[in-house]
Write a protein that binds this ligand. Structure first.
Ligand code: SF4
Length: 342
């Protein structure tokens, strides 16, 4: 059921597009300056997000996978403008959110929410469950006090937290229950787009699937577009419609979930799938073993960013950076590799 009781304030659009796309990211970059040298000049940058473009449709999930440290979480935060991007654009329903005033941005925040990784540190231990879930409603002054309380109770029912818990504190709940409370808070304002940043990685395996199923149910009933960030390929496969594979700040492969898991094309995607615990679905290839660690994103790498670990690297891979291009025809399959053919 779509919750339409919130009064949605219309915002003047700065740039509108006719696309049915919910979220569009164009050439997004997020560089962090690093001080160095005797005078502490900021002469180097960590390229956490390096020229990323992607789209998400309403009610669909784009899974974002990659090793720890590849820039996944920074990308999620830059899309939400929790970290101001270095350059690039983010459009929500055609509005360029980077061009909005502070007041307009505050209103757009209703439509864009985040579920955090750690349900232990993301909930304020000094606040009751009612206060935590009600907070976004209070901040945006939605309804009367009693409307908000009713809404909190409704949201908690929706995420499966029942029995009068409004006056209890986070420490009284298990990890899975805390994450459900965090999810209730994230959907309190009926958002259109949610970034779920490793939402089950801090949970016991036994409760991971319950929380994943809850997210999938909410997505369907509320028609939310998700960016689902995880290093766990099985989790991403379970919840995603589309998958983007990220390496050292860049998307190296992107397609629908079936193609990524049954016909991976980029050597890095193949290596990730080979390294994952056997699912019985993904092809295993011992030649695709991933060697070494993720290189530093501090230096700008010449050529393909994966060439230092790629078993197929050839001379041009060390000198020319591969463009991302479609090798899947109508069934879009984007890949950044010199060797990829249609
Ligand atoms: Fe490997 Fe070269 Fe393809 Fe990069 S461009 S993934 S180094 S084969």
């Amino acid at each position: 059921m779509v919750l339409s009781w919130l009064v949605i304030t219309q915002i003047d659009s700065k740039i509108m597009s006719s696309s049915p796309i919910l979220l569009e990211v164009q050439n997004l970059k997020k560089y962090f300056p690093v001080s160095g040298g005797f005078l502490k000049h900021k002469n180097k940058y960590i390229r956490a997000v390096d020229d990323i473009s992607l789209t998400i449709e309403p009610g669909k999930t784009l899974g974002l996978v990659g090793e720890s440290g590849c820039g996944k979480s920074t990308l999620g935060r830059a899309i939400l403008h929790l970290e101001p991007p270095t350059s690039g654009n983010v459009f929500l329903e055609g509005r360029n959110i980077g061009l909005l005033s502070k007041k307009e941005m505050r209103l757009v925040r209703r439509d864009m929410q985040i579920i955090f990784q750690d349900p232990f540190s993301s909930l304020n231990p000094r606040k009751t469950v009612a206060q935590i879930v009600r907070e976004p409603l209070d901040v945006h002054r939605v309804g009367t006090r009693s409307d908000r309380l009713n809404r909190v109770q409704y949201l908690l029912d929706m995420v499966g937290i029942r029995n009068n818990v409004l006056n209890r504190y986070p420490h009284e709940f298990s990890g899975g229950q805390r994450q459900r409370i965090g999810i209730a808070r994230a959907i309190a304002l009926d958002p259109k787009f949610v970034v779920a940043d490793e939402p089950v990685s801090a949970l016991d395996v036994s409760v991971q699937s319950q929380v994943l199923n809850l997210i999938a149910e909410l997505q369907k009933s509320l028609n939310i577009g998700f960016l689902f960030i995880s290093h766990d390929l099985a989790v991403v496969q379970h919840v995603s419609d589309f998958v983007a594979v990220m390496y050292l700040g860049k998307i190296v492969e992107q397609s629908n979930v079936r193609r990524i898991y049954s016909q991976p094309r980029h050597p890095y995607t193949k290596a990730l799938l080979s390294a994952a615990p056997a699912t019985g679905i993904t092809p295993r290839d011992s030649r695709s073993k991933l060697k070494g660690d993720l290189p530093s994103a501090l230096e700008s790498m010449i050529g393909c960013s994966f060439h230092t670990r790629c078993p197929l690297a050839e001379a041009r891979c060390r000198n020319e950076s591969p463009e991302i291009r479609n090798v899947g025809g109508a069934e879009k399959h984007l890949i950044a590799c010199h060797l990829a053919t249609e």
